[in-house]
Design a binder for this molecule. Sequence first.
Ligand code: FDA
Length: 307
Amino acid sequence: MLGPVLLAAARSDGIRRLVAAAPVTRPVVDRYIAGEGLGDAMSAVRALTGRGLDVTLDHLGEDITDPAEARRNRDAYLALCDALAAEGLAERAEMSVKLSAFGQALPGGHDVALANVTPVVEAAAAAGTTVTLDMEDHTTADSTLAVLAELRRSHPQTGAVLQSYLFRTEDDCRALAGEGSRVRLVKGAYKEPASVAFQDKHEVDRAYVRCLGILMAGRGHPMIGSHDPRMVAIAQELARRTGRKPGDYEFQMLYGIREAEQRRLADEGHRMRVYVPYGTDWYGYFMRRLAERPANLAFFLRSLATR
Ligand code: FDA
């Protein structure tokens, strides 16, 4: 029951101020976030790639309401791209972007977001890496997939995220299962109404398996974004049945979650990519991680109580 409350809190400015001001929040946040600056992000990239893991970097930010902030977020990704290229890490590290950080919710949001994300996609291609568009709440899905379609005309390697909790996603998987497409399949992290999304966890899991079946049988590059051991095992079985080699798909998990499993999969020869968030705007991301697992909330509350 706590999950929906935390997801609602993730969008509350009042609670954001309270949580950000709590003196104990930072150590808990640090479990999930690589740090605030580009230097912290690059240290995490070096450490993870040194251990045989690949990376996707998220410069934290979402739901911006000011065009200047969208441009600052674009510039942060351009600087990240330069840093990856300068250190020869572009082959191992790609970038994940949220279009709401690029102006998607502003008036004319589709064009604003496309104008801001295009230079990032171009810089990524020039540096030898790629961009994946994160998926946010369901009201943004059509716009995000439309931006994806436009970007893929010139940069077909641009990736997308699909969320198995949405009723629409099996159709979206079919549409994006073709040659060259890169799709990260996740269960979904936002509070969605029963009119558009499964509410029952088992239904979401069953939908995940159906979607995975479509992507693994297709000709694209499926990216299995889940910490769920059953989904990881099913993906391996589907890869075996469809004759996919380790480089033809990849596993993805979030920074700080199931790290031993991340290393185990990499050691077994799988491509294992870690999603590394960094930056100062960590609140929404952090609250979604708390909502996913009651034990995380207990950890957070315990740290408050022991101060
Ligand atoms: P599930 O929630 O069923 O958890 C399975 C097991 O994983 C748990 O029992 C626990 O062991 C572990 N676990 C899961 N979450 C944990 C946590 N927070 N802390 C500690 N342990 C945890 N969503 C979205 O809507 N849009 C997006 O763009 C993305 N992008 C994205 C990228 C990547 C690389 C990943 C892995 C996930 C996302 N997500 C996302 C989040 C996703 O939708 C989902 O909320 C989480 O991955 C949790 O779902 P699981 O599939 O891991 O399974």
